[in-house]
Design a protein around this ligand. Structure first.
Ligand code: ZN
Ligand code: ZN
Ligand code: ZN
Length: 145
């Protein structure tokens, strides 16, 4: 299978930069992230027509996440779903996100809203580690259909 990404990104170079061992599957998987906005394990297995086993998919996603390539995003059915991180923002063990997410009611796709910054909130007696902001509605493609 040959995946041609929109931006013609050199996925092998990106994998190397992030210290991830390059395999054909990982390179193809990363390409897929540049095509789709977000992906679930089920979606990935479907895309590769079950030529790859679940464990390999889980392991690859895990190493992508640890190495700062992808981050978990909310999913309409509470499945594990991931999107690409913005380059330069994240690195090994250090994700640095400050954006909200959007779930579309029609295509069930999850989008990163890079232009929506999360507010800094404080509450007495609570140490807040993470704040999530999830908006729902219709994405541009679905809204205009
Ligand atoms: Zn990240
Ligand atoms: Zn949509
Ligand atoms: Zn995001």
């Amino acid at each position: 299978m040959k995946l041609i990404s929109k931006n013609n990104v050199d996925t092998k170079l990106i994998l190397s930069k992030h210290g991830i061992s390059r395999t054909k599957f990982r390179s193809d998987l990363l390409s897929l992230f540049y095509i789709e906005r977000s992906l679930t394990v089920e979606g990935i297995l479907h895309y590769f027509k079950n030529t790859i086993d679940k464990v390999t998919v889980y392991r690859s996603l895990e190493s992508f996440e640890i190495r700062g390539l992808i981050h978990k995003v909310p999913d309409s059915k509470n499945l594990k779903r991931y999107s690409l991180c913005v380059e330069q923002e994240c690195s090994i063990d250090s994700h640095n996100h400050n954006h909200g997410h959007f779930i579309c009611h029609t295509c069930n796709q999850t989008f990163c809203m890079q232009d929506v910054n999360l507010p800094r909130i404080k509450s007495k007696g609570f140490y807040i580690q993470e704040l999530k902001l999830i908006a729902e509605g219709y994405c541009q493609d679905c809204y205009t259909k």
